[in-house]
Design a protein around this ligand. Structure first.
Ligand code: ARG
Length: 461
């Protein structure tokens, strides 16, 4: 281990080695190195342009920084704990490469605005990547939806059979959630895309810097108006963790359904061998590990959101070292969300099959067409509540007689109410029941086709 450096001549001894390790973030913030280098290059260019350093010095700094990038990419830059964090590691290596001029890089900035810049550049990139993965997830759902517009599946409320619906309608519900997730990230991108660079430690700087220039170099849409706010704001990161939590909520809900559907009790899907695992002891088993893991991993993302909210809540302005604690949660969230979206997309596109025969039987074996009998009578002028009570009675007597509604004779129907005609049989067939729910946003086939077309249009953006 290289000797721990002292801070400045104000310090006489170096840090206790255990404290140095406790204090260091290099073990995880090395993840930010590419962004740190990019941010430093923009800063160096600005210093040269404003005459704070000479153009030649700026060029030298930028050349040194690109060399560090190359070294890192080649696996030859591996700073140890004695460097404390990625920012110091880069600055020290730069000075080794270019000599004393490297010590000029930090003019007019602080690690506080530097780390704020890095984390924003990092999140901007990650948000775009997660948006792309959401699109892939949506496409996998859409593919099934387009194939299964007329495949029926029991629809539930309270996990009790309620009304049959189209399988496409069910899958499209998740596709809509993913669309909102995508749009939410788009908005968060805009609030992340603000430059804190040049806010200094907290109060700005005495140097004639040009914050607009460095922001433009880094493609930031705007800059922070208040330097204290700029160095201590993590709202955008909290929003990102919140959006990530919602993505996980949505993935976790469909995971739960897939797990149920793969059970023998439901048997609505078959998991293919490429996406399920076996048991070490029970040879007959095929386990839905992917959705179970996604459901489980949701917890850690919620945890990271809760952690950052808690980190922020009592912080006085401006920077406090507590803020170093934002990173691991953010990195783990990014990894978890990307991993979960990717795994679920693979599962949906090549790891399962819908058991259409079993689904057809399922919608035919219950009383989920009871509302349609009530609707039938109501459309013939019987007040709905009266019709509802009457059908309740029919369900009760049919259950006792071990019959389904479709098994009743026309005579039995007529005894219940004279308004029943022979078209009642057609009206309660599952396919008719589903296709008749043609109100906007409903499960009627025509509605689903429109909904698919509308969503596809939104997905082009
Ligand atoms: N490693 C630190 C962090 O991640 C960088 C900023 C340090 N600033 C300071 N004033 N000590 O937050």
């Amino acid at each position: 281990m290289t000797k721990q450096q002292t801070w400045s001549d104000r310090f006489e001894t170096s840090l206790n080695p255990i404290i140095a390790e406790f204090n260091a973030s290099i073990g995880f913030d090395i993840e930010l190195i590419e962004y740190d280098l990019t941010g430093s290059m923009a800063h160096a260019k600005m210093l040269g342009l404003t005459g704070i350093i000479t153009p030649e010095e700026a060029e030298t700094l930028i050349r040194g920084l690109s060399q560090i990038r190359q070294e890192y990419r080649d696996g030859n830059f591996n700073p140890g704990i004695e460097q404390e964090d990625v920012h110091f590691a880069v600055e020290r290596r730069l000075t080794e490469i270019v000599g004393d001029v490297g010590k000029k890089l930090h003019t007019g900035r602080s690690r506080n605005d530097q780390v704020g810049t890095d984390i924003r550049l990092y999140l901007r990139d990650q948000i775009r990547q997660i948006q792309d993965l959401l699109r892939e997830w949506q496409k996998a759902l859409l593919n099934h939806a387009e194939k299964h517009i007329e495949t029926l599946i029991p629809g539930y409320t309270h996990l009790q059979r309620a009304q049959p619906i189209s399988l496409a309608h069910h899958l499209m519900a998740y596709c809509q959630m993913a669309q909102r997730d995508w749009e939410r990230l788009e908005q968060i991108y805009d609030r992340t895309n603000v430059s804190p660079l040049g806010c200094g430690a907290l109060a700005g700087t005495t140097f004639p810097i040009d914050r607009h220039f460095s922001a433009q170099e880094l493609d930031f849409a705007s800059i922070y108006e208040n330097s204290l706010d700029g160095v201590s704001d993590r709202d955008f990161a909290i929003e990102f963790l919140c959006a990530s939590s919602l993505i996980m909520v949505h993935l976790s809900r469909i995971s739960e359904e897939l797990i149920l559907w793969a059970s023998q009790e439901f048997s609505f899907i078959t998991l293919k061998d490429n996406c399920s695992t076996g048991s070490s002891i029970m040879p007959q088993k095929k386990n839905p590990d992917i959705p179970e893991l996604v459901r489980g991993k949701t917890g850690r993302v919620f945890g990271h959101l809760q952690a950052l909210l808690t980190i922020m809540k009592g912080l006085p302005l401006a920077y406090n070292k507590d803020l170093q604690e934002d990173k691991e949660g953010i990195f783990d969230t990014v990894k978890t969300v990307k991993g979960s979206l990717t795994a679920m997309t693979i599962l949906m596109s090549e790891g399962l099959e819908f058991r259409t025969q079993r689904l057809a039987e399922a919608v035919d074996e219950d009383f989920s067409n009871a509302t349609d009998v009530a609707d039938y009578l109501a459309s013939k002028g019987v007040p709905f509540r009266e019709a509802y009570n009457l059908v309740g009675k029919v369900v009760k007597t049919s259950l006792a007689a071990n019959k389904l509604l479709k098994d009743l004779t026309l005579e039995e129907w007529k005894q219940l109410h004279p308004a029943f005609e022979s078209d009642i049989y057609e009206a309660i067939k599952p396919k008719q029941v589903v296709s008749a729910r043609n109100s906007y946003g409903g499960t009627g086939f025509a509605q689903i086709k429109d909904a698919i077309a509308n969503l596809k249009e939104k997905m082009v953006v």
